[in-house]
Write a protein that binds this ligand. Structure first.
Ligand code: SF4
Length: 413
C-alpha cells in the first residue's frame, strides 16, 4: 500500500493505525470470509474509509459468554474494533452508566441513527408469563428487543441462546425462551450460533456489509455460509485418524495423548457445521477438538437436547459396540462380505431343495410304473352303465341266390 492508495493511508493516519496492523486485520477478515487473498485490498479500502457503525448490544438470558468472546477478540483486537470499526453505544455489561441513564443512552442512539445502527442480541428471550423472567428497566426483555430491532439496519443474534433459545429453551426450561428470529420486528436477521460465537464471525459479518453494502449470504436458518457452510468433520485436523480407524476410547488413554479421533468419545463434528477448525478461538490458539474435548455441536439448532449426551455417540447404524476399533472401510467390507455370504447360503439352500424335490418326484414315478407292471394296483370298479334301448338291425334283402337254409331235421350228408 502506498500514499496513492485511494485515501487509505490518510484514513489510517487519522485513526492512528499502523499500516502493518491494518493490513493484518484486512487479511484476517478476508480469510474469515473465505475469500481469496486478492480481496484484501478491497476490504482494506472499504473498512479504512467507512464510518464507524453504531451498535446497540442487548443481553437477555445469557451467561455473557459472547461478551467475553467479544472482549477477547484478537484479529482485530477489541480496542481496534471499537476505535476503527464499531461505535458501541449501548452494552449493558460494558457501559459505565446504569439504570435510567443507560436506558436513555439506548433511546438516544436509536433516535440519532434511525435505521442506521446494528442491533446485536445476546441470550435467549423469555416469553412465558408475559416475559417476566427477564426484565430490563422494568420492561420485559422481549419488548425491548422488539423496539430496538424495529429500527435497526440489521439484527445480529450472537450465540446459541439468541439463535433459538439455547440452554434456557432446553427440555424442562420453564421460561418459554426463544431466539431473536421469533421476536424481532422484521428486517434483516443474521444468526451467529455457537456457545459462544466466534467473534471473528461477528467482525467478518460487519466487514462484509461495509465492503459490499449487503449482508452475507446465509442458509435457511440465517447463518452466514462463509462461517456455517462447511461440516466441521471435513475440516478437522484429526480427520486422517478417523479414516484410519484410530480412535480415542477413554479420556487420557494413549490414543488421546497421540491426538487421535474423538468420534467414539461422542464428538459431534460429523453432525455440526461451522468454521471452528479454521478460525479457532483465543487468537487462533485452539478449538475444542484440538483441546481434546471433542465438538458438542453447539452451532446446531436445539443442540442442548439434540446433541446430548455430549460425550457419547448418538444412536448410530454402525454397531461400534461390537467392533470398537473398526474403521469405516472395515465396517463396509464386513457388511459387503456378510451380504455375499448370505447370497451364497441362499443359493446353496435353494439348489439343495430343488434337488430333493426332483428326487422325490422321480421316486414316485418309478414306484407308479412298477405297480402298473405287476398289476398290483387294484382296478377300480366300473361305474354301472344305464341300459340303453338299441334298435335291431334292419333285415336286408338278399341281392343274389343264396341256398335256403336246411331244415333242423335234415340229414347231413
Ligand atoms: Fe470428526 Fe470429531 Fe474425529 Fe475431528 S475429532 S475427525 S470432528 S469425529
Amino acid at each position: 500500500m502506498t500514499r496513492r492508495d485511494d485515501g487509505i493511508y490518510d484514513a489510517l493516519v487519522r485513526r492512528g493505525m499502523s499500516r502493518r496492523s491494518f493490513m493484518k486485520f484486512a487479511t484476517a477478515m478476508t480469510a474469515a470470509l473465505a475469500l481469496p487473498a486478492t480481496y484484501a485490498p478491497r476490504i482494506a479500502q472499504a473498512v479504512a474509509t467507512a464510518p464507524r457503525v453504531p451498535v446497540i448490544w442487548l443481553r437477555g438470558q445469557a451467561c455473557s459468554g459472547n461478551t467475553m468472546s467479544f472482549l477477547r477478540s484478537a484479529n482485530p483486537t477489541v480496542v481496534e474494533l471499537l476505535l476503527d470499526l464499531l461505535s458501541l453505544d449501548y452494552h449493558e455489561t460494558l457501559m459505565a452508566s446504569a439504570g435510567a441513564s443507560a436506558d436513555l443512552a439506548r433511546v438516544a442512539t436509536m433516535e440519532k441513527y434511525p435505521n442506521g445502527y446494528i442491533a446485536v442480541v445476546e441470550g435467549g428471550i423469555p416469553t412465558a408469563d408475559d416475559g417476566v423472567y427477564c426484565m430490563i428497566g422494568g420492561r420485559p426483555f422481549r419488548d425491548v428487543v422488539r423496539e430496538v430491532t424495529a429500527g435497526a439496519l440489521a439484527t445480529i443474534a450472537v450465540g446459541s441462546c439468541a439463535f433459538d433459545g439455547g440452554l434456557p429453551a432446553a427440555s424442562g426450561g420453564p421460561t418459554g425462551a426463544v431466539g431473536v428470529g421469533q421476536v424481532a420486528s422484521g428486517g434483516v436477521i443474521v444468526n451467529l450460533p455457537g456457545c459462544p460465537m466466534n467473534v471473528d464471525n461477528l467482525t467478518a459479518t460487519i466487514v462484509h456489509y461495509l465492503t459490499w453494502k449487503q449482508w452475507p449470504v446465509t442458509d435457511s436458518r440465517q447463518r452466514p455460509l462463509f462461517a456455517y457452510g462447511g461440516l466441521i468433520h471435513n475440516q478437522c485436523e484429526r480427520r486422517a485418524h478417523f479414516e484410519f480407524g484410530e480412535f480415542v476410547l477413554a479420556w487420557g488413554d494413549e490414543a488421546s495423548q497421540k491426538g487421535w479421533c474423538l468420534y467414539k468419545m461422542g464428538c459431534k463434528g460429523p453432525e455440526a457445521y461451522g468454521n471452528c477448525p479454521s478460525q479457532q478461538f483465543d487468537a487462533g490458539t485452539s478449538w475444542p477438538v484440538r483441546a481434546g474435548g471433542g465438538c458438542i455441536g453447539c452451532t446446531m439448532p436445539g443442540f442442548w437436547d439434540e446433541m446430548s449426551p455430549f460425550y457419547r455417540r448418538l444412536q448410530s447404524p454402525i454397531p461400534f459396540a461390537i467392533a470398537p476399533n473398526a474403521s469405516v472401510d472395515q465396517v463396509g467390507a464386513v457388511l459387503i462380505g456378510g451380504v455375499a455370504a448370505l447370497t451364497v447360503v441362499h443359493g446353496t439352500a435353494t439348489y439343495v431343495r430343488e434337488r430333493r424335490t426332483m428326487a422325490s418326484k422321480g421316486r414316485a414315478a418309478r414306484k407308479a410304473a412298477a405297480a402298473a407292471a405287476t398289476d398290483a394296483t387294484p382296478v377300480p370298479a366300473a361305474e354301472p352303465v344305464a341300459a340303453v334301448a338299441v334298435a335291431p338291425p334292419p333285415v336286408m334283402e338278399a341281392p343274389f341266390d343264396v341256398p335256403p337254409a336246411a331244415p333242423p331235421d335234415a340229414e347231413v350228408r
